[in-house]
Write a protein that binds this ligand. Sequence first.
Ligand SMILES: [Zn+2]
Length: 336
Amino acid sequence: MLEISERKKEYDHHLFSFEIPTPFSIGTENAYLLLGDKLTLIDSGPKTEKAWKAFIYQLNENGFRIKDIEQIILTHQHVDHSGLLGMIKEYHPKVRIYTHPWTIPWVEKDPKFIQQKLIFFRELFSENGLSREQIQEIENFYSDLDQFMDPIKIDGILEDGMNLEGHLGWKVIHSPGHSLGHIVLYHEKRKILIAGDHIIGHTSAGAFVEPSIEQNEPRPQSVVAYQESLRDLRSLPLSRIYSGHGAVIDDPYEVIDNQLDRFERKKKQLEGFLVEGDFSVYELMKLTYPNRYYKHLALYFAEVIGHLDLLEIEGKVSTYKQGHIIKYHLEKSSSH
Ligand SMILES: [Zn+2]
């Protein structure tokens, strides 16, 4: 096995990709090891024994040990990316973990934020028509997910435009949408993007609803932010995207355009329903996904409310309250 300092010379800017199993429907997760002046791990896998074994095996197979890793970049908080970081840090306390400031309260499991989040979601789901039982179901789903990640202590922050230390030419881009604190890594000269879940080739990652980090701020509009950050990325020179799931993307613009088209199709579909009358988010979930809305309530909720946000900022829909429930109303059937 070559010493790490020798390997740094051998592979300037080499990217190793690891495929980590997850128990989730998305399938395996991709973690990356970037070798430059530093050895940097980007994301991990969920906290499961299978994921840990796969991670260690692939690390060793490429000639590295855990203690060779100098820093870790976390693209976003979801457990399939963050789950193993606690174990890695326990094994190798010197490793430094960096992420966007908005990701920190999620992964550090800040008790104040957790409480604030709980209240935010209860109110949001209830005023958009979900029943008490359905809200409980969502809460159970998320507390089940909790087992896949221990709290992680973050050592430093990464914000939009920062250079990635130890890797000449790599920059951090804040790309909110899939999560609000989501970051990607970009190498302009080589036109390469390490995208986390911001861009996935075979599927849409979706934009989850999140409370704002500051208390009493209005609900952030995740799909609006997602569309904006995808458009921003589309304006960059890109030849290859390494995604958080699935295969390497060699047709970046096609994949981004597919996602942007998807926003348009979803908006049209919702407009079509709203021609017939005013509806709550929950009623629109049932109309849009009649056979599966109940299978993953939080996901379909995020889809519907997020695309309604897009229609609202375009001035196509407005909202009013009927009792406790928010109803959406089509302003003018613009394109119909
Ligand atoms: Zn994710």
